[in-house]
Design a protein around this ligand. Structure first.
Ligand SMILES: C[S@@+](CC[C@H](N)C(=O)[O-])C[C@H]1O[C@@H](n2cnc3c(N)ncnc32)[C@H](O)[C@@H]1O
Length: 249
């Protein structure tokens, strides 16, 4: 089952059934991109792309990225509460964020009532070389569960925990569909925490990378996106992935 919805997730999430999600896998606007208020208020093209460097400036700006840290924490707290209301008990949340708003995100998911379980590290390869400083070449996935997540130790015999660190290069400039696209390979690895044939919800779907990952991993998917152009891209990409999976099958 694939359901793609266009609109503001604050409103659209109200229409989803309780218990419809096994995993919430989201990549929200980080409201980041600078150390000073003036930097944060720039549009996403200025903050996250550079014509010479990655060419992703060709994509439209997206909204929701100009909040200060308090507003971001409140926004994500409200959204994560709505997301928990549609997630099964024992289901999980995994939310992307960069170093600047990492503390805000860990607060926000707890404000939404999730049990915070940890932080997964994504080493994305590229970063600016500033001698004398540590590299900022990682982003983070804050994860938690809706209450207890039971472990069936008998069924789990011989199985391993999922890695807490992924080294996967960010999507190359020419093959991108979104200014801040996440690699499908990474999303495929993350969505394996969802039971097979379970349902993944991404309410900041962008160009639909999570949906493509779910199709390829055999998970159902519900995606929400505000921006018309990115929504159309997501529909096309997920449809293509679905057609290809059926062909291969
Ligand atoms: C960081 S991007 C997601 C990129 C996606 N992971 C990909 O690989 O293409 C965040 C997306 O959330 C969308 N967005 C922002 N605020 C939203 C809202 N209130 N409801 C739904 N979508 C929203 C933006 O338009 C943007 O495309």
């Amino acid at each position: 089952m694939i359901k793609l919805l266009k609109g503001n997730c604050m409103d659209v999430l109200k229409g989803l059934e309780p218990n419809c999600a096994d995993l919430v896998l989201i990549d929200p606007p980080y409201s980041s991109g600078g150390l000073f208020a003036g930097d944060r208020k720039q549009d996403t093209r200025t903050k996250y792309t550079s014509c010479e460097f990655n060419g992703a400036a060709r994509f439209p700006n997206f909204s929701g990225d100009n909040m200060d840290q308090r507003s971001f924490t409140r926004f994500m707290g409200l959204i994560s509460a709505k997301l928990r209301a549609i997630t099964k008990v024992g289901g999980a949340i995994a939310a992307f964020i960069d170093w600047r708003n990492l503390p805000a995100m860990t607060d926000a998911i707890q404000m939404g009532g999730w049990v915070w379980r940890g932080i997964v590290v994504w080493n994305k390869g590229a970063s600016r070389n500033i001698p004398g400083r540590f590299r900022n070449d990682c982003e983070y996935i804050v994860w938690g569960t809706n209450g207890r997540k039971e472990v069936d130790w008998n069924a789990a015999k011989g199985k391993q925990a999922m890695p807490g660190l992924y080294r996967i290069n960010s999507v190359g400039t020419k093959s991108r569909h979104h200014q801040t696209e996440k690699p499908v390979e990474l999303l495929k690895a993350l969505c394996r925490i969802c039971p097979e044939r379970g349902t993944v919800v991404d309410c900041f779907m962008g160009s639909g990378s999570t949906g493509v990952a779910c199709v390829e991993e055999g998970r159902d998917f519900i995606g929400i996106e505000l921006n018309d152009e990115y929504y159309e891209t997501a529909v096309r990409r997920i449809q293509e992935a679905n057609d290809k999976t059926l062909e291969d099958f």
